[in-house]
Ligand binder design. Structure first.
Ligand SMILES: *Cc1c(COP(=O)(O)O)cnc(C)c1O
Length: 387
């Protein structure tokens, strides 16, 4: 039996996979099990920020693997403490809770916000405003936080206490904040799964003001936008706002599962002993990998992200068959005249891996992709989009 057959026989069919099996690679070049190579502009959905088989990251991870692979949270461990320190030093946040995924990072943010509302505003102040077309995860509670009906319908009842505002519509947030006993607003600065749609600077600064007036926490879901993806360490840093809680995952571990919930001053003492936990959270191998990744997201790398981003926007905007190019940094959505699936298939056949976000083609290349690989891939995308 080949891999595709084996998978289809035994894996729960929740994923519509592309018809290739990735086997190995180097940087932004990946090879499938037939030996065909591709330039990868998907990076495992914004996870492999420095591409695949990155030597520095492998060294950091394997060094830790050779010492101790897991400790549990019954004990202190060095990579975990050091990673939390780095995250706080680089964001100004005060405390970090580690988990294993984006959904879990958001679960922790939601628990913290509810507890904060109860403590500081009153027992009923537990409602969280999120944005339509947002995406916050697949657990029952993060699905409830996700303002997209399509994800909800098969799994009702979901967790109570979420209301949805139109993205970029401050009046709508204001209305909900008056109608419901709210503790927080949660948002992605660029809605990733929702179609790579950036929030406007106006909306975000208005949101920050409103949050101060109404005593609402600002929760930035930086699971996809974080860790250099948008040209800043975290996406909110493009907008000059200061969230109270920042969640991240995907790119933080460089390919190993890790989630982080960063808590600012206001909420840094909300959670106490026994109130939250995770067996694998703060795993030393994942944290050692993340420490290496974080140490390399510096000003030079970020300038390179911006330069690559400008190249993509300049080359694709107004190209034949392309209706719009949206996004921030190396998180880019292309609206094509052809159906996105058709463009994605054509790219793959010509050796370029791109993914989908709603009706758009989504690019999430490695932050350090070589310019010649990027140029080659963008030419192929351009050809595939042309009608
Ligand atoms: C991917 C994603 C999540 C969910 O992360 P998982 O690791 O799949 O649980 C949450 N929020 C955003 C913005 C995401 O892009």
């Amino acid at each position: 039996m080949d891999i595709k057959q084996l998978d289809q026989e035994y894996i729960v069919p929740t994923y519509a996979r592309f018809p290739i099996c990735l086997k190995e690679g180097k940087g932004s070049c990946v090879t499938d099990d037939t030996g065909k190579t591709y330039i990868d502009l998907g990076t495992g959905i914004a996870v492999n920020g420095f591409g695949v088989a990155d030597e520095e990251w492998i060294a950091a991870v394997t060094e830790q693997l050779g010492k101790i692979q897991h400790t549990s949270n019954l004990y202190y461990n060095e990579p975990c403490a050091k990673l939390a320190e780095q995250l706080c030093l680089r964001t100004g946040m005060k405390k970090v809770f580690f988990s294993n995924s984006g959904a879990e990072a958001n679960e922790c943010a939601i628990k913290t916000a509810r507890k904060y509302g109860e403590l500081h505003k009153g027992a009923e102040y537990t409602t969280i405003i999120t944005l339509k077309d947002g995406f916050h995860g697949r657990t029952i509670t993060t699905l409830a936080a996700t303002g997209q009906e399509v994800f909800h319908k098969d799994f009702l009842p979901l967790t109570d206490g979420f209301v949805y505002a139109e993205a970029n519509n401050l009046a709508d947030v204001e209305r909900l904040a008056s109608e419901f006993p709210c503790c927080a607003v949660m948002f992605e600065v660029v809605q990733g799964e929702g179609g790579v749609r950036p929030l406007s600077a106006e909306f975000l600064s208005g949101l920050e003001k409103l949050a101060h007036q109404k005593e609402l926490l600002l929760i930035a879901d930086e699971v996809q936008t974080g860790n250099g993806r948008t040209g800043k360490l975290y996406g909110y840093m493009n907008y000059g706002i200061q969230p109270d809680i920042v969640t991240t995952a995907k790119g933080l571990g460089g390919g190993l599962p890790i989630g982080a919930t960063m808590l600012g001053e206001k909420v840094s003492t909300v959670l106490g002993a026994g109130m939250h936990g995770s067996t694998f959270g703060g795993n030393p191998v994942c944290c050692a990998g993340a420490l290496n990744i974080l140490s390399r997201i510096d000003e030079v790398l970020l300038a390179g992200v911006q330069m690559r981003s400008n190249y993509i926007f300049d080359t694709l905007t107004n190209a034949p068959g392309i209706k719009s190019v949206t996004g921030l940094g190396l998180m880019i959505g292309i609206e094509c005249e052809k159906p996105a699936a058709e463009v994605i298939d054509a790219c793959r056949e010509r050796g370029v891996l791109v993914i989908k976000a709603k009706h758009k083609v989504r690019l999430l290349p490695a932050l350090n992709i070589k310019m010649e690989e990027l140029k080659q891939a963008i030419e192929i995308i351009k050809e595939a989009c042309a009608v």
